[in-house]
Design a protein around this ligand. Sequence first.
Ligand SMILES: [Cu+2]
Length: 165
Amino acid sequence: MKIHTLAASLLAATLLLSACGKKEESASAASANATSASAVATLEFTANDSMKFNVTRVEVRAGQQVKVILTNIGSMPKAAMGHNWVLLQKGSDGKAFADAAVGAAATDYIPAALQAQVIAHTKMLGPKQTDEITFTAPSEPGEYPFVCSFPAHYVAGMHGVLVVK
Ligand SMILES: [Cu+2]
């Protein structure tokens, strides 16, 4: 939504400037590209006691800076109903990752053996907690799975896809 608004205002600016002459038009186009490439995509997720994310499909641009804000809006104790947001490499098996995570309580349910599949992850959050992470989106377009790796949450439906365009 924010990105569309930004794109619209950049387009308006470009159109206004293009009325002033060819030279300014190309300068404006170059700066519009630079601005849009550096804009941060902010993705806000909530997780609840029903083991669901509010959003299960999001899109970012290749190489874009991405800010993910996860808030656990539930009220059950962390030991019974913790939530995290873990982004995996393209082609990773989210279910297999979640299965391996069951034995990884000591590392916040991030299994050491599969660490290489993890692009970015939040902390495991208890009720009313929030975590915010920033990372660079992969340069390769495609579908990257994200999961909550708390035991049994994947099979309850707590996963989705980050699409890199
Ligand atoms: Cu969860």
